[in-house]
Design a protein around this ligand. Structure first.
Ligand SMILES: Nc1nc2c(c(=O)[nH]1)N[C@@H](CN(C=O)c1ccc(C(=O)N[C@@H](CCC(=O)O)C(=O)O)cc1)CN2
Length: 286
């Protein structure tokens, strides 16, 4: 079997178009666009690119998007003060603090300070709790985008065996919750799981989010599995590699995401979806 490629760029474009239409309806109804505010502390080159892309993408769909750049030595109190201002500003629907943060700032304190209704990253414990209890809330962008990719592949999740390799709060745990809510039988594995190969071989749906280049070998893939590779690892030659050995896995999977061009583009498209959703919810729409 040769896998079909799940084209994240094309699907993200489709999502952005859907959001653009939603934003136009929002503006007609409420006379203002949804507002997204992104905070970046420091100069991490990848974060600079991601946050610029978020600002640009928000403009492209008709939102009011603003990037706040703070110096690398910004203290925790100053960042918390900026978040409090945005929480209190009625024109702000979505607040996002780009990760990772410099070491002088405690991530949990910052994420906990964002109004859960404006938490378009879905990282606040209230949103994590809502997801864990199967109630509506804001869902982290990368797992939500990965679910959209599974839907676009026509993957049957009900009763399927899903293995998520990775247990981060940002991807692994919420991804497992989403698969569970879709009635899959879910295993969360990680870098210390014993006999990871055997666990992966059981998976009809395999999500790799462990952050180790090509950890998942081709012969760990069940014939016909759908493979979502969330990994984005820089190799020694400066290229980007996923957590899955793509070429070998392609020979066994039914669908597979490439890196780059798979899950990555879905993250920003889903952020736009979440911002529209937060704006509607704040103005009393479901
Ligand atoms: N507050 C947040 N911080 C971070 C998040 C997040 O969702 N919220 N995720 C990542 C970074 N990220 C967005 O912020 C992000 C990463 C990658 C991509 C992407 O499109 N990647 C491309 C490849 C890019 C390249 O060549 O380097 C791809 O996979 O095709 C988008 C967004 C950590 N921080």
């Amino acid at each position: 079997m040769t896998a079909q490629i799940l084209d994240g760029k094309a699907i993200a474009q489709k999502v952005r178009e859907e959001v653009r239409e939603g934003v136009a309806r929002f503006v007609s109804a409420y006379g203002r666009p949804p507002g997204l505010d992104v905070l970046l502390v420091g100069e991490d080159p990848a974060s600079v690119i991601y946050t610029r892309n978020k600002e640009k993408a928000s403009h492209e769909v008709g939102m009011r998007g603003r990037l706040h750049r703070l110096p690398a030595d910004t203290g925790e109190d100053e960042l918390l003060r900026r978040i409090a201002e945005l929480n209190a500003d009625a024109s702000v629907d979505g607040i996002l603090v780009q990760l990772p943060l410099p070491s002088q700032i405690r991530e949990a304190r910052v994420l906990d300070a964002i109004d859960p209704g404006k938490d378009v990253d879905g990282f606040h414990p209230v949103n994590a709790g809502l997801l864990a209890t199967g109630r509506p809330g804001l869902v982290p962008c990368t797992p939500k985008g990965s679910m959209r990719l599974l839907a676009e592949a026509g993957a049957r999740l009900e009763g399927a065996r899903a293995v998520v390799v990775g247990r981060s709060n940002i991807v692994g745990k919420p991804m497992a919750q989403l698969l569970l809510a879709a009635h899959a039988t879910v295993t969360i594995a990680h870098s210390r799981t014993r006999d990871l190969a055997t666990v992966c071989r059981e998976a009809d749906i395999l999500v790799a989010a462990v952050g180790r280049a090509r950890l998942i070998k081709g012969d760990w893939i069940k014939e016909g599995a759908v493979v979502i590779d969330v990994g984005m690892n820089r190799t020694e030659d400066g290229k980007l590699a996923g957590d899955v050995d793509f070429e070998a896995a392609k020979a066994r999977a039914s669908w597979i995401t490439p890196v780059p061009g798979g899950v990555g583009p879905m993250t920003i498209a889903t952020l736009l979806e979440n911002t529209l959703r937060a704006a509607r919810a704040r103005l009393g729409e479901g």
